[in-house]
Write a protein that binds this ligand. Sequence first.
Ligand code: NAG
Ligand code: NAG
Ligand code: NAG
Ligand code: NAG
Length: 386
Amino acid sequence: MKFSLPLLVAVAEAAVMGRGPGCDVPPPDKDGRYTISAPGIKAQFIPYGATLTNLFVKDKNGKDVDVVLGYDDVEYYPKDPGHPVYNAIPGRYANRIGNGHYTIDGVTYETEQNDGNNTLHSGTNNWSYRFWNVTAFSPDSITFSILDASNSSKGMPGRVESSVTYSVKGSTWKIQMTAKSLDQKTPLLLTQHTYFNLDAYRNPSTSKIWDHTLHLPYSKRYLEADQGALPTGKILTAAPNSINDFASASDLTVGHARDQPGFEGNCGADGACEGYNGYWLIEGAPKDAVVVTLASKFSGVKAELRTDQPGVVLYSCNWMDGSADLKSTQGIEGVNDKVIRSSCIAIEAQDYPDGINHPEWKRTEAQIWGPGQTYKWESSWTFGLV
Ligand SMILES: *[C@@H]1O[C@H](CO)[C@@H](O)[C@H](O)[C@H]1NC(C)=O
Ligand SMILES: *[C@@H]1O[C@H](CO)[C@@H](O)[C@H](O)[C@H]1NC(C)=O
Ligand SMILES: *[C@@H]1O[C@H](CO)[C@@H](O)[C@H](O)[C@H]1NC(C)=O
Ligand SMILES: *[C@@H]1O[C@H](CO)[C@@H](O)[C@H](O)[C@H]1NC(C)=O
């Protein structure tokens, strides 16, 4: 079969841009982003990590506010060695695998220990650091795809084909993922790892996340974790107003327990991690119920999560060390211009972390996938005013 020169050039260009085989997919905007929009929302993405770079919604004054973290320069994402999975898709198994191993059908697989003794986000060849293919695009929807070779992350057997479709409608951002293991059983656990600051760091009195309200009405219980943020296996219940309670009232702030003993060290690291880096179960929620509400009085923005997942990871950005610049769409020059400690919150809908090593939770079936099965994940964020 012969190819014409223009087609070859197009294919080569597509490969450079991470556009992949779909010849009908347009190139990104001049600044390297793909933009999708609906009347109340505008979302921008890059193929690297299938990452959301900007998310504009309306604040209480009707102005656009960019409520997620990221960089202005899209070239900087792969260059910054320290970037913390900025709004990307970690995979094929997100969060931790305890002590770098797990077992399927009597065979033990050793995974890369890149986070103390544990595996984090599948190791250093994780999906959030790869260039995905753009396989479909329309003004309100974009699809990224990845083909993950067997053992391309150490100890992850079987070829996996996965895709994420982001779409917008009204003031809702929807995320749908599917994955298939083509030839062997393998662990699959995906999430969308977005970091929010609903004030876009424009509150002159604070850029910390503490004043945002956070409500998880179906999440009285959470997983106990050790000092390395690895679940111990125990499931605990948060008493009303205790540090890990976001269920008992709708006006609890992220920082509501800041003065309680144990808040410093609540996310481990022998006391060095303040705030949150753990997993909350979602239990007894009716179908399509709002399971998480994050809101800020300052901007007036409210974000509501719906998901088919059985829980969420909450991480209140303890390890942000003030070295990363804010985007030009965020901050106040000379006042708030860096991503400082505890200035954002990642909310990641997903299955129980390290469920492959905890048969007592009965999540193994939802986390080990073989040929002929299709893993599915769906969530949406709806934005409104408080
Ligand atoms: C990591 O594993 C080693 C070897 O088993 C052990 O000595 C060490 O205590 C472990 N570290 C942590 C933080 O659990
Ligand atoms: C993901 O992979 C990148 C590139 O190899 C690496 O720098 C980063 O540390 C990895 N992420 C984690 C959480 O290990
Ligand atoms: C993108 O598509 C090309 C052509 O099918 C393929 O070779 C490549 O592996 C794909 N990239 C990813 C990240 O899946
Ligand atoms: C998987 O990759 C690791 C290196 O990351 C290698 O040591 C191991 O032998 C590989 N396993 C298989 C089954 O290919």
